[in-house]
Design a protein around this ligand. Sequence first.
Ligand code: SAM
Length: 217
Amino acid sequence: MSSVHPAGRPDLEVLGALGIVSRETIARFGIYVDELFRWQKAKNLVSNSTLQDVWRRHVIDSAQLFTLAPDARRWLDLGSGGGAPGVMLGILLAEAGGHIHLVEANARKCAFLRHVIRMTGASATVHQKRVEACIGDFVGVTDVVTARALAPLSQLIDWSKDVLRSGAIALFPKGQDVVSELTQASISWSMEHELITSRTDSAARVVRIRSIRETTP
Ligand SMILES: C[S@@+](CC[C@H](N)C(=O)[O-])C[C@H]1O[C@@H](n2cnc3c(N)ncnc32)[C@H](O)[C@@H]1O
């Protein structure tokens, strides 16, 4: 289990409400939190302001995505940064018997991701690449694509369009601008989608996209 540090302790009640009760999984989340704190000092991986509330802002915010597609086993996370949501999903997939691919362009962040995957036993592979250079590799072999704080919705859909057309769903966490991002995206895309209220922020939504169709030639 994670040692006690400024991030506090895991909120077992919220994790339990998400169906996450495995002591081993929660211990692995704790290792992630400890390593994030350790690396953050030198590598500046995430915004410092999020660290005091790291369990809610990073761990639980990420883990909630798993509960939205619990049967999916082949995941892809774009712009993985400091590991949210990709590493937490990889920890959950280690127990569920699945795998996640993490695409991240920044070498320093990729080094952290590889380290923390080793430390936690997350079922995940890091690709130090730009999304636009490698997204084609994941067409037809992906059940769910995720991306948090990477780009506006229209850009995320444009990047992942072939993955979505090949049968994947998308889970894109979004903040207060979600409605305007949807309006912008709907100029080019007709989407079967729903907005799910975030378990960590009542103003935030997870956009779950089941299918897309181009509206412009
Ligand atoms: C704001 S951070 C978000 C990180 C993480 N998903 C989170 O929510 O904490 C965006 C990340 O995407 C990466 N990134 C931006 N554009 C990218 C691209 N075209 N291909 C791959 N990674 C990219 C950046 O290096 C950065 O780590």
